[in-house]
Design a binder for this molecule. Structure first.
Ligand code: ADP
Length: 485
């Protein structure tokens, strides 16, 4: 494994401050997507193991919620610092199980850690209100209290940051957590647990259940009346299942689901900067992020110039092992993912699109797909309506602002959107008209702990990060004091 701090390499689940095996003794394999080789066997938990984790979290909640905000903040800061101090090792582990280039992996670790730092600070600002009473003897006060035990289910595309983004606000609020990381990338989650242990969280505050029985674990978390909130990042399909499963116990839910981001370039845009933004927002993580631009719309006059410059920039990206220097695009996560990309590209070609660069699998491994640009993309193609989740950029031509707004909003998704232009009135009109939770204006990079990340429509509900992020883990209680004569 070649880590400086070998304690970060853990393969058991973490429950109540202990590394545990499953009661079934089962394990599953984690594989390196670069070469298909086994990285390790990891404990495969079942429903009974989750029950134990929920019990531990529920007991720990009684203690953790009573810690002063300052004390919780201090432990969160320790955890943040440990993540920063161990960033190189955490990045290496992440690249080995997930495939993304090391520099990107390190970026994710520091980005993930920034949520822990942010919410360590926000923990101390969990203010309530005093409200002028509605009758002469009445006094009204609100306080915010932690919702309780939180079940967090996270995906493989950001194995570390999707955990800290949920867990940091939950812990800051005074909640305790049971985390189920993706079965494809559990090692990054377990490394975070090891650092949490060192940071000084009491046993049971953070629990990690590794498992490839996702549906079973999800059902137990959703059915438990002790779990008061589910926070999920992943596909819209699974998000809908969880939302339904949470109905019986009327849980709070935060869902960060799929996207179909438009990336619009208007005639008056700075083309070079739009090209740069479109490359950054499309090919990061080999196109496997929910805020990757999915549909690039370019206005008529500059369409051909944009295609030419964009294809040139895309072509120069080096593919390879994430551990190799200079590599920009790593492997895709699994065969299913690359097959789906092949399917949407074949569909586009059959309906009149053409390839300006890329368009096929590539060396150096079976999960590599060349960064691809599709010219003359049209709305009847799958690439218009389907989340591509791979390194393929379809470029559509449009004539008017009205037309492109209608096209951009013609999707059930509403997560990220981007556009490039210079006219300030156009910028306001378009930013307000886009039915998305996030809008990047003259930038392709929008993620930061200081801003509220989240979507509308079928892209989800709730916000992560910013001064709003902790609210998802808090209940407002209102106290009405009477008889104050
Ligand atoms: P992706 O397409 O990004 O893999 P998924 O929604 O399939 O997204 O997976 C995201 C997370 O949801 C993973 O941790 C996965 O194990 C988990 N998951 C998958 N199916 C279910 C389910 N039926 N119930 C609960 N969790 C699930």
């Amino acid at each position: 494994m070649n880590l400086k701090n070998f304690a970060l390499y853990q393969t058991q689940s973490y429950v109540n401050g202990q590394w545990i095996d499953s009661e079934s003794n089962d394990t599953f394999e984690v594989v390196n997507p670069y070469n298909g080789k086994k990285v390790s066997d990891v404990v495969n938990c079942n429903g009974k193991d989750v029950e134990l984790a929920i019990k531990a979290a529920s007991e720990a909640f009684k203690i953790w919620k009573k810690f002063t905000a300052g004390k919780r903040s201090k432990i969160l800061k320790n955890w943040y610092q440990l993540q920063v101090d161990n960033a190189d090792d955490l990045a290496r582990l992440l690249t080995i199980e997930q495939g993304k280039p090391l520099a990107e992996a390190k970026g994710e670790i520091l980005y993930g850690a920034s949520y822990v730092e942010w919410f360590a600070e926000e923990a101390k600002r969990n203010y309530g209100d005093t409200i002028p009473g509605h009758q002469a003897d009445k006094r009204i006060v609100t306080i915010k209290q932690p919702v309780g035990v939180v079940g967090a289910i996270t995906p493989w595309n950001f194995p570390s940051a999707m955990i800290t983004r949920k867990v940091a606000p939950a812990l800051a609020a005074g909640c305790t957590v049971v985390i189920k990381p993706s079965e494809l990338t559990p090692l990054s989650a377990l490394a975070l647990a090891e650092l949490a242990d060192q940071a000084g969280f009491p046993p049971g505050v953070i629990n990690i259940i590794t498992s490839n029985r996702a549906a079973e674990i999800g059902e137990v978390l959703c059915a438990s009346s002790k779990v008061r909130k589910i926070s999920f990042t992943g596909s819209t399909r699974v998000g809908k299942i969880l939302l339904k499963q949470c109905a019986d116990t009327v849980k709070k839910v935060s869902l960060e689901l799929g996207g179909n981001a438009p990336f619009i370039v208007f005639d008056d845009a700075d083309i070079d900067s739009a090209v740069e933004g479109a490359v950054a927002s499309k090919y990061r993580n080999a196109g496997q992020t929910c805020i990757c631009s999915n549909r690039i719309f370019v206005q008529d006059k500059i369409y051909d110039t944009f295609i030419e410059k964009y294809s040139e920039a895309v072509k120069s990206q080096k593919l390879g092992s994430g551990l190799e220097k200079g590599v920009i695009v790593g492997p895709m996560i699994e065969e299913k993912a690359i097959a789906s990309v092949e399917d949407v590209v074949a569909d586009a070609l059959s309906k009149g699109a053409s390839i300006t660069t890329g368009g096929k699998r590539s060396e150096p491994g079976s999960l590599f797909y060349e960064p691809t640009v599709l010219k003359n993309a049209k709305p009847d193609m799958k690439v218009f309506s389907q989340e591509i989740f791979g390194p393929v950029a379809p470029v559509f031509r449009f004539k008017t602002e009205e037309e492109v707004i209608a096209l951009a909003n013609d999707t059930p998704y509403g997560l990220a959107s981007y556009f490039y232009g210079r006219d300030y009135a156009l910028i306001w009109r378009v930013a307000e008209a886009l039915e998305y939770g996030m809008v990047g204006i003259n930038t392709g990079m929008i993620s930061t702990a200081v801003a509220p990340f989240g979507g509308i429509k079928e892209s989800g509900t709730g916000r992560e990060g910013s001064k709003y992020g902790m609210n998802d883990y808090l209940e407002i209680k209102y106290m009405c004091w009477g008889g104050v004569e």
